[in-house]
Design a protein around this ligand. Structure first.
Ligand SMILES: *[C@@H]1O[C@H](CO)[C@@H](O)[C@H](O)[C@H]1NC(C)=O
Ligand SMILES: *[C@@H]1O[C@H](CO)[C@@H](O)[C@H](O)[C@H]1NC(C)=O
Length: 362
């Protein structure tokens, strides 16, 4: 009898310690369509992924607002940290215990600058995403108290993905755009970085202590830009030049911020190098092409949007690009695997598996 009781109490202790270990850290997401989990579905905007064939490979086979055939980068990061996918901040389901998983504030079409994506009308600009983060903290505080809330935020993982739209949906959107008349490209990049600094500092002030910051991908190589600006399928030179100016300055900014703070709060994920790997050698990664989008029309399936009337490839895993701008789920998986285990060529100053190991010790 006694031994049974001892056995049972040991079992209970063991089980409860397993469940507290399994309780994943919260995850917060900020940025544009690469990481939007569906906020734009709730807005009057043209930047949306709420109909077939978006979501064709998602577990529910339904469009969810993710700009992917299936899962996107935040979903796959949630998987890696052992957490449920975050809900969009505007989702009515984001209440009660669901709040403790984190939230996704991202909105397709936005950029670092307020005037980026104006053509998409009503979208959640980055300053508003940060205001919602503050509002979120008040809501959680009412649920679990201010001290616990502070802990939840400080221990959370944060992802922010910005910048691509400031080029393709602003500076290069039309010839002689307002920003391109105001700034030379190098000066525009300096301006973007100075505005990005304010955003990251604000995120820190709001309690974020582990922030993955992605640079822009090879935006000149996406099917949309190949269709518009390339004659022979080579990456659009001018737009690649923009990414090549932006990314190293973002790296410098992160080094500076971390040294001012005295801790590795910010971690850069070099999306440019990650994409470039499978753009230069798609076959090595199991793709038949990295130039043609699975869903779209015109050259490279790069013109216009992915709609029910578009060409659609039968096997999405064979395409690096799902639509004219966004990677397929398969490509997203490769990217997030590199977040996890990539060397300093990709992740600085450390990768996600190192972050997880470090943070589980504190
Ligand atoms: C962007 O808009 C927000 C909210 O209106 C404002 O606080 C911020 O200063 C603006 N940023 C720039 C760079 O104009
Ligand atoms: C990244 O992760 C791997 C383990 O998966 C580790 O061996 C490597 O040292 C890490 N690199 C960095 C830069 O943190």
């Amino acid at each position: 009898m006694d031994t049974l009781l001892v056995f049972l109490s040991c079992l209970v202790t063991a089980l409860s310690s397993i469940s507290s270990q399994a309780e994943a850290r919260a995850f917060f997401v900020f940025g544009d369509s690469l990481v939007d989990n569906g906020n734009n579905d709730y807005l009057a905007t043209t930047a949306r992924a709420d109909s077939y064939p978006y979501g064709i490979d998602y577990p529910t086979r339904r469009a969810t607002g993710r700009f992917s055939n299936g899962l996107n980068i935040p979903d796959l990061i949630s998987e890696k940290i052992g957490s449920e996918p975050t809900l969009p901040y505007l989702s009515p389901q984001l209440t009660g215990q669901n709040l403790l998983v984190g939230a996704n504030f991202a909105s397709a079409g936005i950029g670092i600058l307020n005037d980026t994506g104006v053509q998409f009308l009503n979208i959640i600009r980055i300053s508003q995403q940060l205001a919602y983060f503050q509002q979120y903290q008040q809501r959680v505080s009412a649920l679990i108290g201010p001290e616990q809330t502070r802990q939840l935020i400080n221990q959370a993982l944060v992802l922010i993905t910005l910048g691509g739209n400031d080029f393709v949906n602003n500076y290069y959107l039309v010839p002689y755009s307002a920003r391109s008349r105001q700034f030379s490209l190098p000066n525009y990049v300096v301006y973007l970085i100075s505005e990005y600094r304010k955003i990251l500092v604000r995120l820190y002030e709001l309690g974020a202590r582990r922030v993955l910051v992605t640079g822009t991908g090879p935006i000149g190589c996406v099917p949309a830009e190949l269709a518009l600006h390339s004659r022979n399928g080579e990456c659009a030179v001018e737009i690649q030049r923009a990414a090549n100016l932006f990314n190293p300055q973002l790296d410098q900014l992160i080094i500076q911020l971390n040294s001012e703070i005295g801790s590795d709060v910010f971690v850069t994920a070099n999306a440019f190098e990650m994409h470039l790997d499978f753009i230069t050698d798609p076959q090595a990664y199991g793709f038949i092409t990295s130039k043609v989008a699975c869903c779209g029309q015109g050259p490279y399936n790069g013109i216009g949007l992915c709609t029910p009337a578009s060409n659609l490839c039968p096997n999405r895993d064979l395409f690096a690009f799902w639509d004219p701008f966004h990677p397929s789920e398969k490509a997203n998986r490769l990217i997030v695997d590199t977040f996890m285990t990539g060397s300093t060529k990709y992740m600085n100053p450390m990768n996600l598996s190192t972050i997880i190991a470090l943070d589980s010790r504190t």
